[in-house]
Structure formats: C-alpha cells, structure tokens
Design a protein around this ligand. Structure first.
Ligand code: MN
Length: 493
C-alpha cells in the first residue's frame, strides 16, 4: 500500500474535499520534509518519508483540514533532522510550526523505563489540552507505526501495541473519534492478545460467510420502501463490527455469539432528524422490532456525544438485523469526533466552539498526581474507562467512570457536597452511598450541613481519583494519626 502513495496522490484526495487548499504549499511542505529526511530509512528499509506521507494519507481520507495534514508531513522533522522549528516557522508560518512543536514535545517511540514513560504521557496530556489537533496527528502517526510493527523486535512491538490499546484508543474514544479508535484497537489487538485475536476473527468470518447476498437483499428492500415514502437516502451500507469491540462484547455476553446482533449493522444516512424517525417507523412497519433493542441516542446522546437511532428487527427469515440511522452531521461526528470540527465541508472549516472540559481536567490532574505507574492506573479509571452518564435532579448530565457511586458523583459536583453528603436518592429511592450508579440514573445527594467531613470507609468503594484525593486530604487534615490507623491499613487489604 505505502509504496504506491505519492504527494500527487495525496493532493488528489485533498482536492476532493477542499478545492481551495494551498496545493503549492502542500507540495513545498512535502519537498521540504523529503529533503530533511533524505538518507534516513525506516526499520523496514524504505525511505523515511513514506511514514509522514502515509500518516498524511490517513488524515486526508478523513477529509481533515490541510493545515493539519501539512503539520503531519513535518511531524518528525525537528526531532530527527537538522531542520529546526524556527526554520519551519520561517518557511510555513506560525500555525503549522505550532502544531509541529506540539507533536515534537510528545517525543518519539522510545522506552527508557517507567519514569520516562510516565513523563512522556504527562507531556502528551498537556499538549492535548493546549491543542487537541496535536492528538489527531499523533493518532495518524501511531496508526501507521502499528501497521509496520512487524519490523520491530517482539518486546517493543508488544509495548507499543499495549500503549495504543490502553491509552491511545480510549483517548480517541473519549474524543468521539470512532474511526481512529477502531483502527487503533484492531491494529494493536493482534499483538497484545494474539490468540484471542485469531479466535474472534475466525468467529466473525464464520458468522459472515455467505451473508453478503442476504444483506444486499435487506438493503434493497429497505431502499425501495424508503423510496416509496419519499425519503431520500444519502447513503445505506453494511458495516462489519470491529474485532476488538466484538471481543469485548463477547466477554460481556459469556462468549455467546448468538446474543450479538450487530456483527453486521446496516447504516442509513438521511437528511435530517425528522427523516431519521420516519425511517425508524418504516423499518418497524416492514419488520418486527426486537423488544428492548430500540435506542434513541438522538434524544439522549452518549456521553461522548454519539447520536443515532438504533434498532434490531427480525428481518427476512426471522434473522435479527441491526440498523443505525443518523444524519450526515451525526455520522461525521461519530466517525471523526473532535476531528470533525477541523473536517472540511461545503461551508469551509469549522472550529470547536467550546473547550473540551475533561481534557482540561485531565491536564490539570495529571500535573498533580501522575508520578508513578499506580497513578496511571487510577487515571485510566478516571478518564479513560467506559463512561456512564447520570443526571442531577435539574437534568444536568454528569459523566463518570463505570462503577462510580453517589459519593463520586457528589465530589464531582463540588468538594463541599462530597464532604457533607450523608445519603442519596437514586431515581427517587433512598439507597446506600456505595450503590453503583447506572446509565441514566437521576442522583439526588442529601447533605447534612453540620457534617464534619467524609468517612474514611468511603475509600473502600469510591471509584474516581477526585473523590479519593478529597477524602484522603480531609482525613489527613483532621489528624495524621487517623490517616495512619484508619486508612493506610485498609488500603493495603
Ligand atoms: Mn512519526
């Protein structure tokens, strides 16, 4: 694949979505990078320039802003060659130089012990908070490196794949970049859990064997019916479930592949929200929907912003088939997430209008706590795990890691609310404070103004670092002895 990629090929892709891009400049940037890397080679033996070019291709195929693509072409120049950032700025301007600077700060794929590793991650979170576009470049860089991992020794291969799976993919997920997340996961899966990878792949292939005709038939029927109702379809196509996501679902369903209905899903993209609901109604009039499988993520988006209507119906021959219905805008947001905001459409480029709050929080918190590997584990729980979203009684949405409790919720709102909470009502029912919250719960914290502070017992069940830190902090302030006798022994259990 990579040896067919050329700068002219890249420009052709960009032309498809941004006719007004500065193609001369893109050419110049490429020549500059090629010159700078002259005489350098990848581990595979190919000239180095194929790497930044391949990363740029990944982004062009997602219709990403050419400014980001130019920075991608230059992303390894300051660190690996004698050209400086100043020189890049002089030639190509401040914006490109600032992106290249961001990516250079992240450092390269070197592993020199745990401390350095943690240090690199800290840098990454800070760079991400300063400019999220840097992460978009980093993901493209990593995806291409993962496709060429075979050239590296097994140890190194494993480490890079594991980091991609446990840190990069969850970040991509939280940024709502499904396409990137899926790529990062499936490319790493193979190296991190090779046996499971083979097993799941075989399972999926078997399940899909000979099914193309069937799905084409279902798509034809759907198209015809929508046409009869004057709903114009922008696109309708089948998508195969990604392997790592299938693997995780299999674990949840006790390895019963019969209970997984979305190995193939049919995606329907229509003009507007009203047509999404109309399409859902038409599908249900052709085929009977399966109870409990209708999900309205348009009215209630997922915590990362994902929107779509999902339904599973008993299609021809009684076979369960999942449909996902969305507008073009929802589709682009789902595939490219935060990158969609730098994604070109006919109105020109769009910029995100609000800061991404959790990215800022992450940068702040890691500054204070990320010192050792165990901190990293906690941070992964706080920021990178599967999230649930729950509501305040006023209807504000709060997102928390899976398994969080009312105490985590209280501290998330304010440390005072955490310190003074004595009870909780979940969905209007009094329950104990250690009850795990579930998606969509309405949480009403009961406060006792006279309460002196948190209970050290809460440390046994709280999930977030924020809650833990506040509780520890408070108990510490109260008495060093209490901390020694109450908390430390408990923590060691
Ligand atoms: Mn690179």
């Amino acid at each position: 694949m990579s040896n067919k990629q050329t700068i002219n090929g890249l420009i052709k892709i960009i032309e498809l979505y941004d006719k007004k891009a500065d193609f001369e400049m893109i050419h110049l940037v490429y020549d500059y990078a090629k010159d700078a890397h002259e005489g350098q080679f990848r581990k595979s033996g190919e000239p180095y320039i194929i790497h930044p070019l391949a990363a740029a291709y990944i982004l062009a195929n997602m219709s990403i802003d050419p400014v980001i693509i130019m920075a991608t072409l230059l992303h390894d120049v300051p660190e690996d060659t004698d050209r400086t950032l100043e020189d890049i700025e002089k030639n190509f301007g401040a914006e490109i130089a600032s992106l290249v600077k961001g990516i250079t700060k992240l450092g390269k794929l070197k592993y020199r012990g745990v401390e350095r590793y943690i240090e690199n991650l800290r840098k990454m979170f800070i760079a991400m908070a300063e400019d999220v576009r840097v992460m978009i470049i980093k993901f493209a860089d990593r995806i291409h490196n993962l496709t060429t991992l075979d050239a590296l020794p097994p140890q190194k291969r494993y480490r890079i794949a594991l980091e991609s799976l446990e840190i990069y993919a969850p970040i991509a997920n939280r940024l709502g970049m499904d396409e990137m997340k899926g790529e990062l996961e499936d490319l790493s899966f193979k190296f991190v859990y090779p046996k499971e990878y083979e097993r799941v792949k075989k399972l999926r292939d078997e399940k899909l064997k000979g099914k193309e005709k069937y799905f084409k038939h279902i798509i034809d029927i759907t198209k015809k019916e929508l046409d009869n109702s004057n709903i114009s379809v922008i696109s309708i196509h089948g998508r195969n479930k990604k392997l790592y996501s299938l693997y995780k679902k299999l674990i949840n369903k006790n390895n019963d592949v019969g209970r997984i209905y979305d190995i193939v899903a049919i995606r329907i993209i229509v003009d507007n929200v009203a047509k999404c609901y109309a399409t859902l109604g038409i599908l249900h009039s052709i085929w009977k929907p399966i109870k409990g499988r209708i999900k309205d993520y348009i009215a209630q988006p997922k915590p990362n912003g994902y929107q779509s209507l999902h339904t599973t119906v008993f299609a021809e021959g009684g076979e369960p088939v999942e449909f996902q219905i969305r507008t073009l805008e929802m589709h682009e947001d789902a595939e490219y997430g935060v990158a969609a905001h730098w994604h070109y459409d006919e109105h020109g480029s769009r910029r995100p209008n609000k800061e991404i709050k959790w990215v800022q929080e992450l940068a702040q918190i890691q500054k204070d706590i990320l010192n050792k590997l165990s901190d990293l584990e906690e941070m992964k729980v706080d920021f990178l795990q599967t999230r649930i979203f729950v509501l305040t009684p006023k209807g504000d949405v709060i997102d928390l890691p899976e398994g969080a409790t009312s105490v985590d919720f209280a501290y998330h709102i304010h440390s005072d609310i955490g310190n003074k909470c004595t009870g909780t009502r979940i969905n209007e029912k009094m329950v104990s404070l250690d009850t795990e919250l579930r998606n969509g719960d309405i949480v009403d914290i009961i406060i006792d103004k006279n309460r002196k502070g948190p209970s050290a017992d809460w440390l046994k069940f709280v999930k977030t670092h924020t809650a833990k830190a506040h509780i520890l902090n408070f108990t510490k302030q109260k008495s060093g002895i209490a901390r020694f006798f109450n908390i430390l022994p408990k923590k060691e259990k």
